[in-house]
Write a protein of this length. Structure first.
Length: 143
C-alpha cells in the first residue's frame, strides 16, 4: 500500500521576501512608491507633505500587517467601502394611525357586516399576562 503525504498549514502564505509574504511586500512597496511620488512631485512644503505621506504609509502598513477578527484588513476595508457607498434598505418604518372622522357609507357597511365577537386585550392585561408567565404562576383573568 502506498502512503501519501498530506500537506499541512495550507492556509499560511509562503514567506518570499525575508519575513514578508508576497502580498505584504507589494503593499509596502506600493505605499513607499506613492509616498516617494508625493514627496518628489507635489510642490508643497515638507511640513504639509507629511500629512498625505503619513496617511498613505499608515494605510500601507495596515494593509500589510493588520488583521481584524482573523481577516485581512483589505477585506474589512472593502466591506466598509461597499457599505458606505451602497444603498441601504430600511425595512421597518413606524406608521402613524390615521383616524377618520367621517367614514364613508361603504366603510360603515363593511364594518356592520363584519361584527365578529373578537376578544380584546388591553395593554395592561397583556402586561399582567406577561408578568404571570414570567413568574410562572397561573393567571386568573377574573381577578
Amino acid at each position: 500500500m502506498q502512503q501519501f503525504q498530506i500537506p499541512q498549514f495550507i492556509e499560511m502564505e509562503d514567506k518570499l521576501f525575508g519575513p514578508l509574504t508576497f502580498k505584504q511586500f507589494l503593499y509596502l512597496v506600493g505605499g513607499g512608491g506613492i509616498c516617494f511620488i508625493i514627496y518628489v512631485w507635489v510642490p508643497l512644503p515638507f511640513i504639509i507633505q507629511i500629512i498625505p505621506i503619513a496617511g498613505v504609509a499608515a494605510l500601507a502598513l495596515a494593509l500589510a500587517f493588520v488583521k481584524y477578527n482573523g481577516r485581512p484588513f483589505i477585506v474589512v476595508l472593502e466591506a466598509f467601502i461597499k457599505y458606505s457607498l451602497g444603498n441601504k434598505l430600511y425595512i421597518w418604518k413606524k406608521d402613524e394611525k390615521r383616524v377618520q372622522k367621517n367614514p364613508t357609507p361603504t366603510q360603515t357597511l363593511t364594518n356592520q357586516n363584519t361584527d365578529l365577537k373578537l376578544p380584546r386585550l388591553s395593554e395592561s392585561k397583556l402586561n399582567e399576562l406577561a408578568w404571570s408567565l414570567d413568574v410562572k404562576k397561573p393567571h386568573n383573568p377574573e381577578e
